[in-house]
Write a protein that binds this ligand. Structure first.
Ligand code: COA
Length: 186
């Protein structure tokens, strides 16, 4: 995958920022009721470098590794208990919904190295394009780009890019069908 970058290990600067974020997260983010404190949580994420539209929503149970690696456009949402392991950028475009317990995984280890756990940290960004929906308990791997209006079925494991308007499911995720929008709802 050509988007993958070998960064060896987590830098000292990142570790220090993470200590502050973990403190703020534990004390001021996690304990907030989800609906009433939406804007407050966005403010905290922005203070740590996230780029988030004011109409976006991040539930209080979401785990974000690095707010400075998070971009969320208008009306995008990280749902309950999502894990956003964003050692590299996670970008949600307009109208994207990521449902319960999904794991967005931007990092791993270069398994071709003998000491991969120690020195082989590899990272790659995840992009979810506009109006795509990621169903519950999905796994989205590093470097994956999900096309606009695509649907990732519940529990799917996605290791490769998903074409726009495709509905995918399974592990590894395969195309189930093309998404069709019926405006009348009939
Ligand atoms: C992917 C999804 C949107 C498809 O819904 P649908 O259009 O009604 O599709 P169908 O139920 O008609 O299923 C079509 C086929 O795909 C399969 N399929 C559906 N969802 C699947 C999934 N998540 N993984 C693997 N296969 C799936 C069905 O078994 C069926 O297979 P078949 O043609 O061999 O019988 C839906 O199944 C899904 O996963 N929704 C996510 C729900 C969710 O996460 N909710 C929580 C937040 S609100």
């Amino acid at each position: 995958m050509n988007k993958v970058l070998n960064i060896g290990s987590v830098s000292l600067g990142t570790k220090l920022k993470r200590i502050f974020w973990i403190l703020v997260n534990t004390l001021f983010f996690k304990p907030t009721p989800t609906i009433l404190f939406r804007r407050w949580r966005l403010l905290l994420l922005r203070l740590f470098g996230a780029e988030i539209a004011s109409s976006a929503n991040v539930y209080s149970s979401v785990k974000i590794w690095a707010p400075w690696n998070l971009k969320m456009a208008k009306n995008s949402c990280l749902g309950p208990n999502v894990i956003c392991y964003n050692q590299a950028l996670v970008e949600l475009k307009e109208g994207v919904v990521v449902s319960q317990y999904t794991y967005l995984c931007t990092a791993g280890h270069d398994i071709s190295l003998h000491n991969s756990a120690e020195k082989g940290l590899v990272v790659a960004p995840i992009t979810v394009n506009q109006n795509a929906w990621v169903g519950a308990k999905a796994y989205i791997g590093m470097g994956v780009e999900i096309g606009e209006y695509a649907v990732i079925g519940a529990t799917a494991s996605v290791y490769k890019d998903v074409e726009p308007w495709m509905v995918v499911g399974g592990n590894p995720a395969k195309v189930i069908k093309r998404r069709i929008i019926n405006e009348e709802g009939t």
